[in-house]
Design a binder for this molecule. Structure first.
Ligand SMILES: *[C@@H]1O[C@H](CO)[C@@H](O)[C@H](O)[C@H]1NC(C)=O
Ligand SMILES: *[C@@H]1O[C@H](CO)[C@@H](O)[C@H](O)[C@H]1NC(C)=O
Ligand SMILES: *[C@@H]1O[C@H](CO)[C@@H](O)[C@H](O)[C@H]1NC(C)=O
Ligand SMILES: *[C@@H]1O[C@H](CO)[C@@H](O)[C@H](O)[C@H]1NC(C)=O
Ligand SMILES: *[C@@H]1O[C@H](CO)[C@@H](O)[C@H](O)[C@H]1NC(C)=O
Length: 159
């Protein structure tokens, strides 16, 4: 969805929620989420994998840190929905059958409105190294990227 269609929906959501929602969202065009410092890796001889990144969802709000660790031996594991430092923003990570991953970002604009950004990481951006018990997986793609596939959906927190 392009921002020309997101903007009126966002304005409507913010306006209808204004009396109840103390967090009034800025009415600026929203056409992209920007990710910086993206890392995803598993640790040799460990059962844990880590994913973390900063994300900015508007040009006027500061970036927020999103981070999760998950039990996953030798490879970067799926992450269930996890709040970022700014709790209106959350994310999950779903490994795909091509050895890649789907990163979903969820931003609560005003209950129950949710803007979901989806980014597909191709399988060749994850590599394995090490031998035997030191085998581990690293994301080697760009640390910074933009997510422009934004879709307005209902809250998935359950309402
Ligand atoms: C993420 O943001 C935090 C807080 O602003 C900052 O300290 C950190 O350096 C950033 N990390 C990356 C990898 O961009
Ligand atoms: C994303 O990055 C682009 C290019 O640097 C910039 O023009 C845009 O304002 C940024 N948007 C957000 C939401 O950070
Ligand atoms: C992440 O969220 C999407 C959209 O709701 C869902 O399809 C996917 O199964 C979720 N992945 C995980 C690992 O929970
Ligand atoms: C995540 O944030 C939502 C609201 O943004 C809140 O309702 C929920 O309790 C938070 N979950 C955790 C585990 O902190
Ligand atoms: C955009 O994201 C939606 C889920 O939010 C997904 O169903 C769709 O396939 C994605 N489109 C592209 C081009 O990646």
């Amino acid at each position: 969805m392009k921002f020309s269609s997101i903007t009126p929906l966002l304005a409507a959501a913010a306006a209808s929620a204004a009396p109840l929602d103390p967090v009034i969202r800025p009415m600026v065009p929203i056409d992209v989420f920007n990710v910086t410092g993206f890392q995803a890796y598993s640790v040799p001889h460990s059962s844990w994998s880590y994913t973390r990144f900063n994300i900015s969802v508007t040009t006027i709000s500061p970036a927020t840190l999103c981070s999760a660790e998950t039990l996953s031996y030798q490879h970067v594991g799926d992450i269930t929905q996890t709040n970022c430092t700014e709790p209106s923003i959350s994310f999950n990570l779903t490994r795909t059958s091509d050895n890649g991953a789907k990163l979903d970002i969820f931003w609560i604009l005003a209950e129950p409105g949710l803007l979901q950004g989806t980014y597909l990481i191709p399988g060749d951006q994850f590599v394995n190294s090490g031998v035997a018990t030191s085998v581990h997986e690293d994301y080697i793609g760009s640390k910074s990227f933009s997510i422009s596939n934004l879709t307005l959906v209902h809250s998935i927190w359950g309402n």
